[in-house]
Design a protein around this ligand. Sequence first.
Ligand SMILES: Cc1cc2nc3c(=O)[nH]c(=O)nc-3n(C[C@H](O)[C@H](O)[C@H](O)COP(=O)(O)OP(=O)(O)OC[C@H]3O[C@@H](n4cnc5c(N)ncnc54)[C@H](O)[C@@H]3O)c2cc1C
Length: 443
Amino acid sequence: MTSTDAADQIPGTTIATDVLVIGAGVIGSAVALELARRFDSVTVVDSRGGPGYGSTSASSAMVRYHYHHFPEAALAWEAGARWQQWERYLGAVDPAGMASFIKSGGLVLEGPGYDLPRMVSHLRTLGCPVEELDGAELAARFPGLDPGKYGPPALPEDDHFWQDATGELSAFWVESAGHMDDPQLSAHNLAYAAEQAGAQFLYRREVVDILTADGRVNAVILADGTRVESPIVINVAGPWSAKINAMAGALGDFVPTTQPMEQEVISVPAPPGFRLGDGGTCVTDPDFATYFRVHAGNTIIVGAMEPDCDELVMLDSPEDAVTSVRQSTWETQTLRLARRVRDLGIPSKPSGIIGIYDLTDDWIPIYDKTSIGGYYVTIGTSGHGFKQAPFVGELMAELVTAVENGHDHDRDPLQVTGSWTGVTVDLGHFSRLRSVTPQRAMG
Ligand SMILES: Cc1cc2nc3c(=O)[nH]c(=O)nc-3n(C[C@H](O)[C@H](O)[C@H](O)COP(=O)(O)OP(=O)(O)OC[C@H]3O[C@@H](n4cnc5c(N)ncnc54)[C@H](O)[C@@H]3O)c2cc1C
């Protein structure tokens, strides 16, 4: 177990720490690891029973590097290098087992709102090998996929959904993309490494209040009455981030805000020719507004890219989410997939999981300080934060160190160079003060 037994801490007492991290998901645990490498005492509090039990547990864990915005592509590229050498990055071997990077590759198809040349240009700037494919090359390389252009995305009840292809799609292929085989174990590995570096994890302990004095954070209160005194508090609470920000009273100058959004990821049997190690890969398909990837047990998992025709399910609280996949989502997503993946068999019984995104208005995360001294946020990672975790941890540790030493990050955004690939990430891109262009899906 990576958990410090909560019984070690007597409820109702006071704990003092240099840094408190709220949330032990994949990102919270990565933040804790990098902070533990820099600070003497780091404490992580999570209301659940272990690391990665929040939105991390439902993650599709795809590791891709294509983004419309260069800072996000650079962040993913540097993080990807760490996923690919997981044990070396962690500097520890978790007795619970090690998650593995599966180099299943990444295929990105043409579709509305997806600027392929721009993404390819970013990838080439990063030094990421990428192959551009026309329709004929796509068909030859991926015979298990129909290369037809059917978009814009529609619901199956719309006649347009069933029309013949109007042409063939272009695409690009990134061989070095892939997925982690177990998102929860990935978080566990990070938490274990953080513990080895000196961090303390307190599970089944819920933060219910955040105390400030003279414009600085100074303590959080847990549901059992424990007071955790800390001059630095980092909100990495995933889809609960808005609740934590409200406790801190931190939202005054935020331009983007965060809200939980329900996301259903369905699972279907994979046909021969599109399985793990047998022609299958990770696919981004904006033409049908799905992403899908090969998964263990000869299955394919499929998530949505939120086209205009689909209703977004925004929640007041993550606890309001449904507990099983809706029949309507199952039908729509399996039919979309069946139009792209040849010979797909569709079982009659829905299968899949419910996840919750922590969504910003522009789908760009907020990795930033706040107007409250010592209070930081690593939030709004929607459906694409998993891959970023191993570098976000370091970005936040650099940010905290710089700001606590007097750097004015709001005026002069920090630029952080990744030590594994040499790429530089402009942290200003993830500012709470950025101007927001609302968009509907990640890209
Ligand atoms: C369905 C789905 C598919 C996804 N697919 C991908 C993908 O393919 N690739 C990718 O890169 N990303 C993907 N993502 C996104 C990625 O999984 C998330 O960005 C990432 O897991 C967020 O991690 P986190 O640590 O910030 O949050 P979480 O994992 O949600 O952890 C937050 C933690 O905070 C704790 N907490 C909350 N409130 C309190 C409180 N008051 N007191 C104490 N603890 C509290 C929770 O218990 C929880 O454990 C997907 C997400 C979902 C939901």
